[in-house]
Design a protein around this ligand. Structure first.
Ligand SMILES: Nc1nc2c(ncn2[C@@H]2O[C@H](COP(=O)(O)OP(=O)(O)OP(=O)(O)O)[C@@H](O)[C@H]2O)c(=O)[nH]1
Length: 298
């Protein structure tokens, strides 16, 4: 039997010589290890094709290099190693390598008061690149929270004052009557609107960081907002949540400022862009604010 050589089209010369910025695969299914958990991820792997004469890259070499991500905890060092592998397997063809890992980070979050806890998922993308020997990592995280409109709260308070005037006009005030009134529906004749909101965080990490500071970023963001959405909730937790919302009335502008100033202090971040989305219950459209910051070069 004749041994046939398999045709290798990628090794041919390109008909139209032109370098390409990014060539690779998007949406590769892969298990990854983040924060000691094995998570399902979708991975984009690519390189530049700097040799404009070369017909194609070697997709299989990028695909196989991803195996290194299956067992080991994701870290900047591991991402760097995989990207170096991309370039070693494309010597003479590529000078830049790229990796995006899309997953949902799962964190167990305690209830506000009761001794309960539950899981919360945070959409996460880890992007790493190696360009002309320069290694760079960026994180994208989405953090859900609750926001109560400060304007609506002030308007509701005014209606409650009006109701108080109506109900107690020309009456001697008795402590017990006022207490009972406050506990009745008349004492809260209007309520401010609040909404589930999302902070989309895009962070550039310091180059020589050892760990991906995902939990630290989420913890700092949630602490800055004060109204993280909850998991397991009993009535004491719901009451604490109502108090947290009342003490953290927020326009989208307030949320963006709080997050920007808090994340500037989170170790390992050199640049950030924040978009907050308040999915309004007053409107059928969203209220959105964006903010960015980068550390000055020292
Ligand atoms: N470059 C390229 N390859 C593609 C594309 N679509 C599918 N492939 C296939 O991806 C497969 C793997 O490519 P290579 O990594 O070059 O495979 P190979 O030649 O067996 O492996 P090496 O010997 O390491 O080069 C090939 O069968 C290609 O035909 C594409 O758009 N571009």
């Amino acid at each position: 039997m004749n041994a046939l050589t398999l045709p290798d089209i990628a090794a041919q010369s390109a008909r139209q010589a032109l370098p390409l910025d990014w060539v690779g695969m998007r949406g590769i299914a892969l298990p990854v290890v983040l924060e000691s958990q094995r998570l399902s991820a979708r991975v984009d792997a690519g390189v530049s094709l700097d040799d404009g004469e070369a017909r194609g890259i070697h997709m299989s070499r990028l695909y196989l290099a991803l195996e290194a991500l299956e067992q080991r905890r994701l870290s900047p060092a591991l991402l760097h190693q995989v990207l170096k592998g991309f370039l070693v397997s494309h010597q003479g063809l590529s000078a830049c390598a790229y990796l995006n890992i899309h997953t949902d980070l799962l964190l167990k979050r305690p209830a506000l008061v009761s001794p309960l806890a539950g899981w919360k998922s945070y959409p996460t993308t880890i992007s790493a690149s190696l360009k002309q020997q320069m290694f760079h990592v960026e994180l994208r995280l989405e953090v859900p929270y609750s926001s109560t409109c400060p304007c609506s709260a002030a308007l509701a308070r005014q209606l409650i004052q009006q109701q108080f005037i109506d109900d107690f006009a020309n009456k001697a005030l008795q402590h017990a009557d006022v207490l009972a009134w406050l506990g009745s529906t008349k004492g809260i004749v209007a309520t401010p609107h609040s909404q589930r909101s999302y902070a989309q965080l895009h962070l550039h990490l310091d180059n020589f960081i050892d760990e991906l500071p995902l939990t630290a970023i989420i913890d700092d963001a949630e602490a800055a907002l004060g109204t993280a959405v909850q998991t397991a909730v009993k009535r004491p937790d719901e009451q604490a949540f109502a108090l947290a919302n009342g003490q953290n009335l927020m326009f989208c502008e307030d949320a963006a400022r709080r997050l920007n100033l808090a994340l500037q202090r989170t170790p390992g971040i050199k640049q950030l862009h924040i978009r907050v989305i308040h999915a309004e219950s007053l409107h059928a459209h969203d209220a959105v604010a964006e903010s960015s910051w980068h550390r000055e070069q020292q």
